[in-house]
Design a protein around this ligand. Structure first.
Ligand code: SF4
Ligand code: SF4
Length: 368
């Protein structure tokens, strides 16, 4: 019943009200090389996609995407999965995209699949760390333990590719601990930026996530690590969906001391599956899914998802009641939280809104 309600609310295309809402302007599309993964994280955003109908992207599709992005003026691309290195041509694809002029980010768990780490090092050692970035999603070895074999592989990856690697960490429990990351950054000479994600609900999936009412506690615990960030000269990089009102002035002042502006928005991330379907981001991969072939540019693709977002937020402004009429949202400073959470509020309010949503649904279908 709950999933049906989400599908209904997301399928409705309501008239746009108000101005375009906050979104990252430099959205870089993510290409899923494969929907396979060799780890099973409790907070995984990608559960709805794994295993997908097509598990490995073809070379032809990758070339089509590269052409599409270059024609759209896009010079930055992200590869992810599942675990992208499980694709047997992962290294070839990285080299191809670098050769086409892209800066490439590879989201990995560090447990390399079919790729040989020595080959990686041999072919990538000459690539500037500005052009190639491995974002290694690291789990706390005590709080989210892995097998000895998996841990060894991660350490070997970091030993080999540390200077090209940005550590990433997903927060899915309130007692999270970051200490180990600062140790890794120093030990393996990693990039001094820590990408911090908050685990969001994935509609239709049962992953662990931070409840909306718990976000303030997360922010407070993050801030308690400020001495580590300062001492090790590591910048905190907030991923999508952090609401700015959960940060105190002091915490915001601290964030602003680091390079780049902190981000308090929500995608669209724009993920492209091996079968060329596109969606807003992993948690919303089941909704308003389209084919890349239906678009002639990234601008139109982004516009599609922003239009849907605006339509949904015309009904429910954000993750809190206060988002309705919030000046920070009006000013484009905060998105009102993640769309994945806003959709959850439709579920909560579905009994009230069901008739209205059903009225609006005629003529619209969720594709994919
Ligand atoms: S839009 Fe919502 S989440 Fe953002 S600052 Fe305002 S009340 Fe907070
Ligand atoms: S809906 Fe927004 S906040 Fe949620 S995962 Fe997607 S991009 Fe991030």
């Amino acid at each position: 019943m709950a999933v049906t309600a989400i599908q209904l609310c997301l399928a409705v295309l309501l008239p746009l009200r108000g101005k375009a809402l906050f979104a990252r302007n430099d959205t870089m599309p993510n290409i899923l090389l494969t929907t396979l993964c060799n780890r099973s994280c409790p907070y995984c955003f990608a559960g709805n996609e794994m295993p997908g109908p097509a598990n490995l992207i073809s070379r032809e599709n990758l070339i089509y995407i590269a052409d599409f992005l270059l024609a759209s003026g896009q010079r930055h691309i992200s590869l992810l999965g599942g675990e992208p290195t499980l694709h047997p041509e992962c290294l070839d694809f990285i080299l191809y995209l670098l050769d086409r002029g892209f800066n490439v980010t590879v989201f990995t768990n560090g447990i390399l699949g079919q790729c040989d780490l020595d080959e990686f090092k041999r072919h990538l050692a000459g690539v500037s760390v500005e052009r190639l970035d491995f974002v290694c999603n690291l789990n706390n070895p005590i709080q989210t333990p892995a097998s000895a074999q998996e841990s060894e592989k991660v350490h070997t990856f970091l030993e080999t590719m540390g200077p090209w690697t940005t550590p990433g960490f997903n927060i899915y429990r309130l007692d999270f601990s970051l200490d180990f990351l600062f140790d890794y950054i120093g030990r393996y000479g990693m990039k001094r930026r820590l990408r911090l994600g908050i685990a969001h609900p994935v509609p239709g999936s049962r992953t662990d996530f931070i409840q909306t009412g718990e976000i303030r506690e997360v922010v407070s615990r993050l801030y308690s690590y400020r001495r580590f960030f300062d001492r090790f000269r590591v910048s905190p990089g907030l991923d999508c969906g952090f609401p700015i009102c959960k940060f105190s002035d002091e915490e915001l002042g601290w964030l602003h001391r680091f390079p780049g502006n902190p981000f308090f928005g929500c995608g669209p991330a724009i993920d492209i599956s091996p079968d060329m379907s596109v969606y807003h981001c992993f948690p919303l991969s089941k909704y308003h899914r389209k084919s890349l072939f239906e678009f002639d540019s990234m601008a139109r693709l982004r516009e599609h998802f922003r239009t849907i977002r605006s339509a949904i937020q015309a009904e429910i402004a954000g993750i809190y009641d206060e988002c309705d009429g919030c000046q920070r949202r009006e000013d484009g400073v905060c998105s009102g939280g993640g769309l994945c959470r806003i959709v959850g509020r439709f579920v909560d309010e579905a009994p009230i809104r069901l008739a209205e949503i059903e009225d609006g649904i005629s003529g619209y279908r969720i594709s994919g």
